[in-house]
Design a protein around this ligand. Sequence first.
Ligand SMILES: *Cc1c(COP(=O)(O)O)cnc(C)c1O
Length: 501
Amino acid sequence: MRYKSTRNSQLRLTASQAIAQGISEEGGLFVPESFPDLTQQLPSLLQMDYKTLAKAIFQLFLTDFTGEEIANCVEQAYAAEKFGGAQPVKVTPLTKQGEPKFLLELWHGPTCAFKDMALQILPYFLTVSLKKAAPGKEAVILTATSGDTGKAALEGFKNVPGTRILVFYPRDGVSPTQKLQMVTQEGTNVGVCAIEGNFDDAQTSVKRIFTNAALKEKLAAHNLLFSSANSINWGRLLPQIVYYFFAYGELIRSGYAQGTPMDVVVPTGNFGNILAAYYAKKMGLPIRKLICASNANKVLADFIRTGTYDRRREFYTTTSPSMDILISSNLERLLYALSGENSERLSRWMGELAENGCYTVEEDVRSQVQELFYGAWCDDQGAAETIRELMEEENYLCDPHTAVAVHVYRQYCKENGGSSVPAIIASTASPFKFSGTVLSALQRPVAAQEEENLQNLAQISGWCAPEQLATLQEKPVRFRQVVSKEQAEAYVLDFLGMGGC
Ligand SMILES: *Cc1c(COP(=O)(O)O)cnc(C)c1O
């Protein structure tokens, strides 16, 4: 299996080159040259446990990895003790009449958000890839985070040999819990630093460091190499395909006949999670409709309805912050597939987006998008109502991102007079991670002390608060440094033990 770029169809890279490089030189994203059709193997794949299934799927795409290398990656990343002792994902049936829906809980990992599914395994993919594509080099992961990604990346790369990770977060832009999660991070190869300013300031500093040629040379002299844990890396997308197959297997085990079509509903930001579902459909999983749920930053819902992608609009800060995004990078991969892998058209659209903030796809692509996808959105109030309704009617507690997806699924059912097929709804974060928002939605008081909020939610839901959140207050703070944008580079050198050289 080789990989090409969405903006250069001539390119052919191995999987390890694509993963080690992250993004193509001309700015395109790496995509596999073909997708295997698994229709024939489906019955046996659907009987596998999560790790066995993951290995079977990875083998098809990581063809320059040995079976043993893939098995090692999977065993270490999805070790039972990291995921509450069981399968890394859980499929929970909710059975309200007329809505045959199943919540695919993707948040049983170390940071209580679905990013763990990919960021637990990316470090292992990356170290194997570097061994092949850049032997002898050690990876230095630099990440700017608005909250969830930074913590998930730190947990994933923590103590992974051959890697070091440094996360910059905006001093004025993360929640108290998110900050505490990061500044108490354990591990011998990790660093965390606040940058004065907002997320854009942090992001700009990191980009500047990435593209600094002199710095790159300095690192090379020490056998170090900058790398990124960004969500456009193929090594982050691939792991997400697995859980859609696994979820369908759970449907079959719960009594549905093999071959029954299902809908998939995904709360969407950067378009990575729902793109993985699209790839699963391409590979033969019987998905009927891909339902794309947005919050008030509804640039994708508008695109699916009109064929025009327009980021020139107000940016809203919502109660589902991980979906607050106006440029959904992974959409580029979908459009590449639907345009007949036409890299000229892709380069034109992405050029227009960069230059004018807007592009319109032609009728041939728009009609395919609308055939495959349904897009709609829901505001904060709608999400809060949904959290309350799910609790009252089905005794199920969900987080605000998942609530957006459930709300949009209900709009879809209403527009289509109910649904005749089961739906898998991606549940992307633990409700305990957003305790304040969830308690307000339930019209309960929000305490100043996070411990009290967690206890209240535990009582309401009958679940235990995740230990990694409950014990956060007791952990020692390891990282207190705040730097200006200008000081960020010096901080990187210090962190690498190269200060003053
Ligand atoms: C990142 C994230 C999303 C959005 O996923 P994409 O793959 O970026 O579309 C949704 N919910 C939560 C909780 C997230 O952390």
